[in-house]
Design a protein around this ligand. Sequence first.
Ligand code: FAD
Length: 412
Amino acid sequence: MTNDYDVIVVGAGPAGMMAAGTAASRGRRVLLVEKNRRLGEKLRITGGGRCNITNSEPHLSALLKKYGRAEKFLYSPFDVFGVADTFEFFTKRGLALKIEAENRVFPECQSAPEVERVMEEYCLQSGVTVLSDSPVQRVVVRDGKIIGVLVGDKNYNAESVILATGGLSHQETGSTGDGFKWLRDLGHRLAEPTPSIVPISVKEEWVKKLSGTSLANMKISFWVNGKRAFAKTGRLLFTHFGLSGPLILNSAKKISELLHEGKVIAKIDLYPEQDFSELEQEILRLFEENKNKSLRNIAKLILPEGMTPTILAMLDAGLVERRVHSVTKEERKAIIHLLKALPCTVQGLMGYDRAVIADGGVDISEIDMKTMRSKKYHNLYITGDLLHVERPSGGFSLQLCWTSGYVAGLNA
Ligand SMILES: Cc1cc2nc3c(=O)[nH]c(=O)nc-3n(C[C@H](O)[C@H](O)[C@H](O)COP(=O)(O)OP(=O)(O)OC[C@H]3O[C@@H](n4cnc5c(N)ncnc54)[C@H](O)[C@@H]3O)c2cc1C
């Protein structure tokens, strides 16, 4: 039997496009099959449309520790294509990158669709044949060997197949978990996916009314059944269903564990850099300088932008209209307590539709990570969100796609 192609890549997300372009650059005849009409639908919405393309943590071991238990498996693929290679790959193609807070890297143009365009161009210029609008039904196996894929009623044969069908988050982008099912049928062990890196829903209406407000350097402590469990600092985003932003996304896993234990309350500290008495001193000074003004009139001098109406609505209406020189010590302390521990009731994690990644996927001990080749089928390669690798938000997911896609493309 002659093969139509040397390599078939299923799924044109970041991992699949990197794999296809890289294999084709080596002179392989590559078919990239994508179920959507457009390539890279999820890539186009990454990083709120800005695409946090990688993370520039300078120390490899610190970087790989972010991937939890997968750390020791990742040294070898990152040695072949690491963060420096990602920088070189994109800048060489005219996409300048810049480093922001917490080593998050974004394209200077702040455009995720531009990143997608670069990847698509990489595929086309390398000679990849793209078959879009074409859902793969299954991987075709004959005599224990993978021989290709079935699209509609047509078989496409190839020497190697690279799977890059993604996970289960934001299924409207095409990632519906098809690869998980095929891999399970092929005998791979898969960890059950749960939405991770996901926002939370909260009960309080005031939170939802603040939808769109984003506050840097906030601290949130999480309490379960009245006991403090843990705290985190970072950017907080209010949404129409609750709370999001890096601070929340990176706490989601722990929050989900707490929710099994009981009632979870999140307390937002709007002034994490000042302790109670430092904040009290600052407020006393402000009251002193504005003695004859009402609390309402001076609130915006101290409260974070966008928060003033919300905080004032939580205070006694009479107190808000009083001149600050008449605010009692107890009232002042109550205000400070509120500012340092604004409570909201956590209802739960949002689902796959809002998740940045859903974990789960193939147990990486079943993959030769030097090549991304399945240890069960010598001509099957597995990449991107199909891998069961934990990671926080911050560019680590896309870096895993660039790395695993490149290594698969180099070896298939
Ligand atoms: C809202 C959001 C924001 C994110 N922001 C960031 C960020 O800023 N930085 C970061 O590092 N990560 C981010 N991520 C995570 C990142 O997008 C994923 O890790 C990444 O897209 C996974 O790439 P992938 O190539 O493995 O799969 P995907 O991007 O999911 O692509 C899989 C492709 O396979 C196709 N496909 C599926 N089944 C079939 C089939 N049967 N036949 C043919 N084609 C099929 C799909 O249509 C899809 O195009 C974000 C995720 C979301 C949801």
